[in-house]
Design a protein around this ligand. Structure first.
Ligand code: ATP
Length: 344
């Protein structure tokens, strides 16, 4: 289902929680709403679902305005973090619930539930009760239950927030495959950037009630439009004055008040690692964090702490050690937050 939202606004009392939010979602796409707590993600979802009325703005599904439609007539499926299953019902009955409400026949229910237990990998669990399942299995039942009545739009509000890191990782790829197979338009709320990057076709970064940026995970990583987006997606160091760094002197003329440097734009080494030593800065290693496949290195240059990675094979650095540092690239932002790329 094609979804279009135009100039959506929502106040809670005097608090302006959702500010002129507009976006479109193509049929079959999975959009991740990503942002800090309190930014308005859940409020946007609740308005799409019809659980909350917008103060102004328009929500259209398939080109039809649905503002006045009650939730049950919007063709939406939900999976929420705390959207508990019916405890006294088996897996089969939980999945069948929406179909019974729609007064489907016994045979239709049986066929559809069978299809869904297969799709969600729950075959053999049909007669179990929720307390006999793991957290991950329960969330899969929640997905099957949401999909059973064949909704046109699936709303997922932090569906994996309460699940252990390892299982959560598995569920992410499982969800990606599930959505692709079903081909349903979906919106996924999360405040976990890795989850959004891995699962979503497109990400919308929501901050203080506004859409800061919308794009594919790759576009947002490569071309962040604001310092907020740049610091929210991927690791980076923000420094106030890029002009101090070698190669970025021109930043002073462009009124760039902030510079953002990704770890991969920084190279560290000893003197013999660099052919043009004059382009490098002197830095001091401050901290080393072991990250499994690499080291995360904090190196201080002219009073700024820069973050970079270093592979395990390279000789071990020591805190306090002096190194040469080359900064290849930075994102420069001026006061009105427009984005300027700087390549050296
Ligand atoms: P989280 O990640 O914590 O769920 P969120 O981005 O989903 O955050 P919302 O839940 O949409 O944010 O909330 C946005 C703001 O609106 C918050 O400041 C919240 O306190 C406020 N808010 C949400 N619902 C209500 C309500 N029913 N009454 C009053 N204020 C509300």
């Amino acid at each position: 289902m094609h979804v279009e939202v135009r100039d959506l606004n929502k106040h809670f009392g005097t608090f302006h929680a959702v500010k002129n939010v507009s976006f479109e979602i193509e049929k079959g796409h999975l959009i991740g709403l990503l942002g800090p707590s309190g930014g308005g993600k859940t409020s946007i979802l609740r308005m799409l679902a019809g659980l909350e009325n917008p103060d102004s703005g328009q929500i259209s599904f398939h080109g039809q305005v649905v503002n006045d439609l009650p939730p049950q007539e919007r063709g939406i499926g939900f999976v929420f973090q705390n959207y508990a299953l019916f405890k006294h019902m088996t897996v089969f009955d939980n999945i069948a619930f929406g179909l019974k409400v729609k007064k489907a026949s016994k045979a239709q229910i049986k066929d559809r539930v069978t299809e869904l237990v297969e799709l969600t990998g729950l075959k053999g669990f049909e007669s179990r009760y929720p307390h006999q399942l793991s957290g991950g299995q329960r969330q899969r039942v929640a997905f099957a239950r949401a999909l059973a009545p064949e909704p046109q739009l699936l709303l997922l509000d932090e569906p994996f927030a309460a699940i252990d890191a390892k299982i959560r990782q598995e569920l992410r790829s499982w969800l990606r495959e599930l959505i692709e197979r079903v081909g349903i338009t979906s919106i996924f709320v999360t405040h976990d950037q890795d989850e959004a990057i891995e699962v979503a076709d497109e990400i919308m970064i929501i901050n203080q009630g506004r859409v800061e940026q919308k794009g594919t995970p790759w576009d947002i990583y490569k071309e962040p439009k604001t310092p907020f987006v740049a610091s929210f997606i991927g690791e980076s160091t923000v420094i106030s004055s890029a002009a101090e760094l070698k190669g970025f002197e021109a930043a002073a003329n462009k009124n760039a008040t902030r510079a953002l440097i990704r770890p991969e734009y920084i190279e560290i080494g000893s003197e013999h690692d660099f052919s043009v030593l004059s382009a490098t800065e002197t830095g001091v290693v401050r901290h080393l964090h072991f990250r499994g496949s690499e080291w995360l290195v904090e190196v201080e240059v002219k009073g700024h702490k820069l973050i970079t990675y270093r592979s395990l094979e390279k000789e071990t650095l020591q805190p306090g050690q002096e190194v040469r540092v080359l900064v290849h690239r930075a994102y420069l932002f001026n006061d009105d937050h427009s984005w300027i790329e700087e390549n050296r």
